[in-house]
Design a protein around this ligand. Structure first.
Ligand SMILES: [Zn+2]
Length: 332
């Protein structure tokens, strides 16, 4: 017997996620799919889903939404996305909850579409969910980065379980995080191979700016005006070319500068310009040459011009009301 969400007994988080994802879809089909997810979990003595069952549940969920929808559901993943997902990634839990697995799987289905703006995923990606932050730091060989939620390599993404940082209650934040990390993965796969990608030197501002802009994290970053004000106050600091030196102490500035510079690059040269830079990197030109060939200006000149623009704009703004400093969050 099927039961409408409002009369269902207290549900696992997975059902809540499923129903939310399907809220614009046809109710019966989606409810049935959501119940399949829950029954799949209930059948298992320890509430742990196998990968195959999780993938099947997510596929069923997407199909229920897509086929039963009266009109296209903009937020629900399509059946095509679900089939693609089985080909493009797999989710591995290292002790995280089944709810975390479901949230990550469904969010990744949306995120791969966002990230593939810069090219197709040629190699399937393993998304590993760590139940603790320490587990994430160890797997990514980082330390003292409490704000980090994910870490990307050529065909792997390490993730802190969403339920550890509230992502289970706001799945759109998991999609945003995965869009960011998978953009890194897409870039790594576009510029190299498994044994060469890590040797391609790419400035932090370009790779983090690309991931931040692609995953629409501008609302987390400093505005251009805030950045311009900071730059005027720190004339000897360069958050782009000295990003690695500043990164730990001025992380919001470094990520804000990266985001705004990449945004400016896109405004001036479009996706095609960025694509030419990536092609140059794959051809082993080195970043400076790939950038200059791709968009017609040396990266140092592009950044110097952008800095001047920001400082001039902030100088003009400084005559108006003071801008309150904001410290945006960061996901990694
Ligand atoms: Zn990143």
């Amino acid at each position: 017997m099927f039961c409408a969400p409002e009369c269902a007994p207290p549900a696992y988080g997975a059902v809540e996620v499923a129903v939310k994802k399907c809220q614009r879809g046809q109710r019966d089909g989606c409810t049935a799919a959501a119940l399949h997810v829950r029954h799949g979990m209930r059948d298992h003595a320890t509430h742990m889903l196998t990968r195959a069952r999780l993938a099947a549940a997510a596929l069923l969920l997407a199909q229920g939404c897509a086929s039963g929808a009266r009109q296209p559901a903009t937020r629900a993943p399509s059946a095509q996305a679900a089939q693609q997902a089985q080909r493009l990634f797999r989710v591995t839990s290292l002790g995280a909850s089944p709810e975390d697995e479901v949230v990550v799987h469904l969010s990744a289905m949306e995120a791969v579409e966002v990230a593939q703006r810069w090219g197709g995923l040629r190699v399937p990606v393993n998304l590993r969910i760590h139940p603790t932050h320490q587990g994430l730091e160890e797997a990514s060989r980082q330390s003292n980065v409490p704000w980090m939620r994910g870490w990307a390599r050529f065909d792997e993404v390490e993730l802190e379980a969403p339920s550890r940082w509230g992502g289970d209650r706001a799945p759109q934040n998991v999609t945003e995080l995965l869009s960011h990390e998978l953009t890194h993965v897409v870039m790594y796969q576009r510029i190299g191979e498994r044994d060469t990608w890590m040797h391609v030197q790419i400035p932090l501002w370009f790779r983090e700016g690309m991931a931040s802009v692609t995953s629409r994290q501008g609302y987390r970053r400093m505005t251009g005006e805030q950045l311009g004000t900071w730059l005027r106050q720190h004339p000897s600091d360069d958050p782009w070319l000295q990003a690695d030196a500043l990164a730990h102490g001025a992380q919001p500035v470094v990520y804000g500068a990266a985001h705004r510079a990449f945004e400016r690059l896109l405004a001036a040269h479009g996706d095609e310009g960025v694509g030419r830079v990536l092609d140059g990197l794959r051809a082993e030109l080195g970043f400076d040459r790939a950038f200059a060939d791709g968009v017609g200006v040396e990266p140092q000149a592009f950044l110097a011009n952008f800095r001047r623009e920001l400082e001039v704009a902030a100088g003009a703004g400084a005559r108006g009301p003071a801008v309150a400093a904001r410290v945006p969050g960061q996901q990694g």
